[in-house]
Design a protein around this ligand. Sequence first.
Ligand SMILES: *Cc1c(COP(=O)(O)O)cnc(C)c1O
Length: 335
Amino acid sequence: MIVDLRSDTVTQPTAEMKEAMLHAIVGDDVLGDDPTVIQLEELVAHRFGHEAALFCPSGTMTNQIALKVHTNAPGEVVCDELAHIYRYEGGGIAFNSGVSNRLIKGDRGRFTLEQLKTEINPDDVHFPPTQLVALENTCNKGGGCYWEMAEIKRIAAFCRSENIPIHLDGARLYNALVAQKTSEAEMGMHFDSISLCLSKGLGAPVGSVLTGTKDFIKKAKRIRKIFGGGMRQAGYLAAAGLFALNHNVERLAIDHENAKIIGAILASKKEIKKLYPIDTNIVLYTLEESINLPAYLAQLETKGIRAVSMGTQTVRLVTHLGIGNKEMEYLTSVI
Ligand SMILES: *Cc1c(COP(=O)(O)O)cnc(C)c1O
């Protein structure tokens, strides 16, 4: 048996999802008349209380478009040092937008308003103007932790008072919402733009959605075309996203439960030096110095268990809708 815990991006579309894709009514989305894409964009915008939305091929693209639209070089984006936009998007902040990146040393990817305040540049020719604050929720490299709503509110109110837009990399936002029992609208009201991945725990094969004001999305559409993300009969993919949003949200709680079960077993292992708290669907831990990380991963692989390295001596396991009772039984018996 293969138990693939490398990421929640490895999910295979289910028969029901494929059925929904097969019957999608499609148009040409670059010309703006794909009804299924429009339906998906309207649904996401409506859920988060934003005016409009844009369907894109990936979460990297939705983030990079947001960075491009919100900034105007010279300028600076403030985010946590673990942020995906800084670490895992190929240096796109510099490449696409030509702005610099100010990093905050937070707690597993989350920072406080007090920390943020010291990183906002004064109006002085020596400094690039602070043009965007970006949060990530849940935090991938922080081990799937989520932000306290109270801190988000404080930070958002501050950004508003300073006239600095605030973007949310919500690749796994629904994991945070389900774990915290928070509504989309409650979250959406604090951000100028949100990037939401459909291809992570929600289980769609491809796609992310960017939300914001009508004016922001109009500009975003222009950038999407330039980035090569204008897709034609994209409704087939949007149909999978719609299916995911209507069927796979509540079940994220199962992934969170499974991650906790795995963590409870790993907690007693002597080869593990540190196990991070498990808040959603990510299990992150570091191995004792005596353990060779590539050999450890290779040994898991021989038993059919797939995991990835997330830096020095660090292993990441991610639960998702492909991990059911059978997989959990096998996995717990092996580990
Ligand atoms: C996966 C992910 C993204 C987007 O990744 P794509 O593979 O480009 O869709 C963005 N932010 C975070 C935190 C992620 O985990």
